[in-house]
Design a protein around this ligand. Structure first.
Ligand code: ZN
Length: 145
């Protein structure tokens, strides 16, 4: 098998995913990502980590972005029997032009709430009956929307 650069044991067994999680790749929120999933008692998950989080569902730059993301969710459902989708947006997201684009935190929150609701509808209509949670993260924590 050749000599390994790094030896790490990886679980071979297939798993059922507790959730497919659409999350922004902003690394400031990576610790929160792990803490949130732990708090939700989700052990195995399929992370889809892309700039803007659910932006590609709610307001993609082009339709192919949305289709690509929906296909990734579809594969998670097919391969890992995922029955829950978590859609995340966060404060000061570069994908949305940052906090400054909205003026203040209240306006930013309202805009992201609308985005998350739009993203939920897109997922709902493609995968009827699946559990969908929308969450908004800021620098103090995370909340369900
Ligand atoms: Zn972001």
């Amino acid at each position: 098998m050749g000599s390994k650069t790094l030896k790490v044991k990886t679980e071979k067994d297939h798993y059922t995913a507790g959730a497919c999680v659409v999350w922004c790749y902003d690394n400031r929120f990576w610790n929160l990502f792990n803490e949130f999933l732990k708090a939700q008692e989700i052990k195995n998950f399929d992370p889809i980590v892309i700039a803007g989080g659910s932006k590609s569902l709610a307001s993609p730059d082009n339709e192919s972005e949305r289709e690509f993301l929906l296909k990734q969710i579809e594969l998670s459902i097919k391969l890992h029997h995922t029955d829950r989708v978590i859609l995340m947006n966060h404060s000061d997201c570069g994908g949305y032009g940052g906090l400054k684009k909205f003026g203040d935190e209240e306006k930013e929150f309202t805009a992201h709430k609308g985005e998350l609701e739009a993203a939920r509808k897109v997922v709902e209509s493609r995968f009827p009956g699946i559990r969908i949670d929308t969450v908004f993260a800021d620098f103090e924590g995370i909340q369900f929307i």
